[in-house]
Design a protein around this ligand. Structure first.
Ligand SMILES: Nc1ncnc2c1ncn2[C@@H]1O[C@H](COP(=O)(O)OP(=O)(O)OP(=O)(O)O)[C@@H](O)[C@H]1O
Length: 261
């Protein structure tokens, strides 16, 4: 059975009187690409943030890579932080730093890395993310949206994480750019054994890369399973999403595409 690298139990997230999650349970397995979907405002980003340790839950537990995050010391959380990477929706790059300097930011937390090694590692991650060799010397404002996302991914990969969290990685990309980004995520996951927690609205991404889907609705993970499983779920949002015109188009596109190994 697959190893569970993230176990969320009874999670509650709340902002004032707004309860976003209540009694939410979720398991993420090592090496899988889990797609997290749900209507706007159902709390996908809040879930990502609370698992990645950026948002303290009101109740419940998150155990990541064996560490109960609610009971962990600052030092344990810092060590855990070195084993994960987060890519935010807009890349969240520092505008006053070049791409290379942005990617070096997480590397600065590693003791004993000299400047030359840091630079070499940053350039490696930049090329791994499919950016041209000279992109490292550019500022975020000089890049296209797709390149900025790749730079955000390079930074998320800086510390060779075991788990990466991606918040709507293809939002705002044209279909060709989005498909290229999907392929990059799939290749990186397969080649590096990465576990990927991927929040998305993009049905094409679900079909192209995800091993399993988790649907957020009614403040919980309503259902998890494969895309085929989703087609049998009797819930209005799940039906509309997966069996509506866009869902059908995404499925047809996969079924008519030549198989790739
Ligand atoms: N820091 C915060 N303070 C107050 N409310 C917040 C905060 N962060 C999120 N919320 C609220 O929590 C709810 C869930 O937000 P979240 O961004 O997680 O939704 P989402 O499912 O990712 O939405 P979308 O698909 O539109 O990106 C929203 O109502 C949002 O306004």
């Amino acid at each position: 059975m697959a190893e569970t690298v993230i176990a969320v139990r009874g999670l509650r997230n709340q902002f004032g009187s707004l309860v976003v999650h209540d009694g939410l349970d979720l398991d993420v397995h090592r090496g899988e690409i889990l797609g997290v979907v749900g209507g706007s405002g159902t709390g996908k980003s809040v879930l990502l943030r609370s698992i990645a340790g950026l948002n303290r839950p009101a109740a419940g537990s998150v155990t990541m890579l064996g560490l109960d995050m609610g009971a962990a010391s600052e030092a344990e959380l810092a060590a855990l932080g070195q084993r994960i990477g987060v890519m935010f929706q807009d890349g969240a790059l520092f505008s006053s730093l070049t791409v290379r300097e942005n990617v070096e930011v997480p590397l600065r937390s590693v003791p004993g890395l000299d400047a030359q090694t840091r630079e070499a590692l940053a350039r490696l991650k930049i090329s791994l993310s499919g950016l041209p060799w000279n992109a490292g010397d550019k500022y975020p404002s000089e890049l296209s949206g797709g390149m900025r996302k790749r730079a955000g991914l390079a930074r998320a990969l800086a510390l060779d994480p075991e788990i990466v969290f991606l918040d709507e990685p293809t939002a705002g990309l044209d279909p060709i750019g989005a498909a290229a980004f999907d392929a990059l995520i799939r290749d990186l996951s397969r080649n590096l054994g990465l576990t990927v927690f991927l929040v998305t609205h993009d049905l094409d991404t679900l079909y192209a890369v995800c091993d399993r889907i988790a649907v957020i609705a009614e403040k919980k993970v309503l259902v998890t399973g494969t895309l085929d499983d989703m087609l049998d779920v009797d819930h209005p949002w799940v039906r509309d999403y997966f069996l509506g015109p866009r869902g059908r188009a995404a499925r047809d596109a996969v079924e008519s595409a030549p198989a790739n190994g």
